[in-house]
Design a protein around this ligand. Structure first.
Ligand SMILES: Nc1ncnc2c1ncn2[C@@H]1O[C@H](COP(=O)(O)OP(=O)(O)OP(=O)(O)O)[C@@H](O)[C@H]1O
Length: 814
């Protein structure tokens, strides 16, 4: 039908449609994996209901638009192959008169070797577009694209999602075309590097390494625990070498000092400044002499760590970056990995040193960069991120003679028209009034979602817990109204997650929280630990009582009974436990544990006692007692979910323990030690989430950072009155002055506000930065929602002049 066969897409304008034409569109193109965009002035009614059309549209391989009649184009018939627009007039006409996403189309079909920066607001389809762009490159014939490309995003979870989405797209193609090539591509996706920037750096290191065959995982460490230990050690030494200087801190818990110093150290590490700090880093002065203490400790940690790393032949990620940045290494890397495409999502969260690294990498490998992000969503300032990362990279590429195209998408596919309208007003005001909220005319978005009158965008109301009874009631009603829908409660700080979960449960509603890294602190692990300790120390009354109260025990004794009969030698606990119905069973188990393999004993106990059942039943009974008048439907669902989670937790723990003891004998003693160690230190392991069949009744609860890669039908923001700028918040940041770094800090020491000289100089500027940062976080929260966002608001009499709460920021939109 056409002189040249498209490889990826066909944009076709036809005045008059015939059945033959339509069939050939499907047979010749869509069923061969070509995306077709059809525009016509003819009627589409008789085709739109065809199942084949609907299916191809659902799989994003076919789209059609009715264009208003225009005499000039009556006999016109044009086709644009793989994005090459050969009739600008008709192209402009159809784009103007339809909702065709022309910007996305043009960007997707840009020349394969063009560096692209897509800088656009939330919900404009950047991540979705990046995947389509990748499909374009693949269809255009880069056979080994998977081996020569890397996708970078900000979190491990986001990387997993991108891989799933690419596979899903190939699956879509396969479902429409039945061509085996898509199955082959699905299989090949495993070769595509998709990861966070740190994991990408590790891979580069492995590829460029001269130190092989040592696996990179054994060479790279975070030394997190070791740094903490070294800090305690350094403080101890400081108290001896400078006891006078330490005097102001003698009453401060060492843990607090270490926490603050770890924060400072992390900042330096984010700038990869570790090895340079004694040359270029200044600490200023303060009224209590914290500066010399900080300098001493950080230097001590750094020096000791350097020596230890050399001895152990181990590296930290920042050492690797410095190593890789050397041109000679980069060149060797290029020989080992011909990296041709580097695609980076969420670029606003890339720090200046990382920008520098990526620039050098591009220079050495000559790879083509595709970058997407939104400066208004930059949220890791405490990691040294600047919202200026786009312009910094672009400037350096241009200076190097590279050509870079920047594109702004302005159509929003996520939020309702009402919400987009409200956001446009807020963004404009924040852009005008807050120095570090980067907004431009491209941030005035247009919602592509249908106008519905039910969905109101931002809704203000007394939706919060634990305040006045009227608020509790409004909050309860809201939860009741949103029960079973896709709703997230978003908070600013980690500790607020626990608060929300607790308060929702008091009202009889349940939450699904992010599971990242909390496996070893979950109930099945804690209770297994209690069981192991009990078996190991049979005569210890505290362990016996803890077991009795756990899901393994009969829980017939109460704390009150214990207090009543309390005696200091604790023997009374054992004698009370002896009278409980499961006493003989536990004696037998303790005795067996001395003789039999520990895994088989634990398995036997679980089989005998079904702790998951016990836990779930006790939970249900408690809920029914606390809320006697409530419909128990949700309680039953929650009990079922908890039973499943408990069971999965036990199975996972068995798997991990078996893995741990695969090369050594498992003893009770060894198991107690291993469990204790992991419970104290592991913050990586997570329990796999349950399917929505189990958790559909739960509300999601998470911080805004955790919510970044998600979207929900509804969002609740219960904390909107916390002061953004307050003395109780520790502030630590770095800034550069004449090529030298300065550490700025402010924190509360007992009731004394400690500020160093640099901080005082920059305080006004810093307060503006904080406001900008908070507005950016709030922007992310508001844009995670498809329909409505419920914001805690109360009647206020007086308003402050300067914005200092999220509510103040929100009121700027009125
Ligand atoms: N061309 C499109 N047509 C219809 N819906 C789209 C299109 N592109 C994206 N979407 C939908 O819009 C929503 C937002 O898309 P996406 O997450 O890619 O946006 P984003 O710009 O990366 O968002 P953010 O910056 O907030 O992370 C998703 O639900 C996605 O499925």
């Amino acid at each position: 039908m056409l002189d040249q066969q498209p490889k990826h897409s066909l944009f076709i304008f036809r005045n008059h449609l015939t059945d033959d034409f339509i069939e050939s569109l499907l047979d010749d193109y869509v069923y061969n994996g070509i995306k077709v965009y059809l525009f016509t002035m003819d009627s589409l009614k008789e085709y739109e209901d065809w199942d084949e059309w609907k299916e191809a549209k659902k799989r994003k391989l076919f789209g059609w638009w009715k264009v208003p009649y225009q005499t000039d184009y009556q006999g016109a018939s044009v086709s644009f192959i793989d994005g090459k627009v050969t009739n600008q007039q008709i192209y402009d006409y159809v784009c103007h008169h339809t909702d065709f996403p022309s910007k996305l189309y043009e960007a997707e079909h840009s020349p394969a070797n063009q560096h692209l920066i897509i800088s656009a607001g939330a919900g404009t389809g950047k991540t979705t577009w990046m995947i389509e762009r990748f499909l374009f490159l693949k269809h255009m014939g880069m056979e080994d694209l998977f081996f020569h490309s890397a996708f970078i995003t900000f979190t491990h979870q986001a990387a997993i999602k991108i891989r799933q989405r690419i596979i899903q797209r190939f699956r879509d193609y396969y479902e429409v075309t039945y061509q085996p090539i898509y199955l082959k591509w699905i299989d090949e996706v495993k070769h595509l590097h998709i990861s966070t920037l740190s994991a990408f750096v590790e891979t580069l290191f492995e590829k460029a390494g001269i130190h092989q065959p040592i696996p990179v995982t054994e060479k790279l460490r975070s030394f997190r625990k070791r740094k903490k230990e070294l800090m305690f050690e350094a403080i101890r030494e400081y108290t001896q070498v400078s006891p006078e200087a330490f005097r102001p801190f003698t009453k401060t818990p060492r843990e607090n000092l270490v926490e603050l110093l770890l924060k400072m150290n992390e900042l330096l590490e984010c700038q990869y400044l570790g090895s340079l700090f004694h040359v270029k880093l200044h600490f200023g002065n303060d009224q209590v002499g914290f500066a010399p203490l900080a300098k001493f400790v950080l230097k001590y940690v750094h020096q000791h760590l350097e020596t230890e790393k050399k001895e152990l032949k181990q590296w930290e990620i920042q050492d690797v970056v410095r190593y890789l940045e050397r041109m000679v290494v980069m060149k060797r890397l290029k020989k080992k990995w011909n990296l041709r495409y580097l695609l980076i999502d969420e670029f606003q969260d890339v720090s200046p040193v990382q920008v520098d690294f990526l620039f050098r990498l591009q220079l050495a490998t000559q790879c083509t960069l595709t970058i997407t992000g939104d400066a208004k969503q930059s949220m890791y300032r405490f990691h040294g991120t600047e919202y200026t990362s786009f312009s910094a990279l672009k400037k350096r590429l241009i200076q190097q003679g590279e050509s870079v195209t920047t594109i702004h998408f302005t159509k929003n596919y996520r939020n309702t028209p009402r919400l987009v309208q409200q956001l446009n007003t807020l963004v404009m005001k924040w852009g005008n009034q807050l120095a570090s909220f980067p907004a431009s005319i491209y941030d005035q978005l247009q919602s592509m979602r249908p106008i519905g009158n039910k969905n109101k965008g931002i809704v203000f109301g007394p939706f919060a817990m634990g305040y006045a009874e009227s608020e509790n009631q409004a909050f309860r009603q809201l939860l009741e109204q949103l029960r079973g829908t896709d709703t997230a409660i978003l908070v600013r700080f980690d500790y607020q997650i626990q608060e929300v979960i607790k308060q929702c449960e008091q009202l009889g509603f349940f939450c699904e929280r992010s599971r990242l890294g909390n496996f070893y602190r979950s109930l099945p692990v804690r209770e297994m630990y209690i069981l192991v300790r009990f078996l190991l120390f049979p005569e210890n009354p505290s362990f016996a009582y803890a077991l009795h109260r756990s899901s393994y025990g009969v829980n017939t004794l109460s704390n009150d009974q214990l207090i009543e009969q309390f005696e200091p030698d604790q023997k009374v606990i054992l004698s009370l436990l002896e009278k409980q119905p499961d006493f003989i069973y536990w004696r037998q188990m303790q005795e067996l544990a001395q003789r039999k393999p520990i895994f088989s004993i634990l398995r036997m106990i679980i089989k005998d006692l079904s702790p998951h059942e016990v836990y779930s039943q006790r939970f249900l009974t408690r809920m029914k007692t606390i809320h006697p008048n409530r419909d128990i439907q949700d309680f039953v669902k929650e009990a079922r979910a908890r039973r499943m989670e408990y069971q999965m937790g036990v199975e996972k723990l068995f798997y991990l323990l078996r893995k741990h003891f695969s090369k050594s004998a498992a003893t009770l003693y060894g198991m107690e030690r291993v469990l204790r160690k992991y419970m104290e230190t592991d913050d990586q392991e997570m329990l796999d989430p349950l399917s929505t069949e189990y958790t559909g009744h739960r509300f999601h609860v998470m911080t805004i950072q955790q919510a970044k890669e998600n979207e929900f039908d509804h969002v609740i923001l219960p904390y909107t009155y916390d002061p953004l700028v307050s003395d109780s918040r520790t502030v630590v940041f770095l800034h550069k002055e004449n090529e030298e770094w300065r550490l700025n800090y402010r924190f509360l020491l007992s009731s004394l506000l400690v500020r160093n000289t640099y901080f005082m100089e920059r305080e006004p500027q810093e307060m503006k930065e904080i406001l900008g940062e908070e507005a950016r976080l709030l922007y992310i929260a508001l844009t995670r929602v498809r329909k409505q966002v419920f914001v805690h608001a109360i009647e206020e009499n007086k308003r402050s002049n300067l914005p200092n709460t999220w509510m103040d920021l929100l009121k700027m939109g009125e």
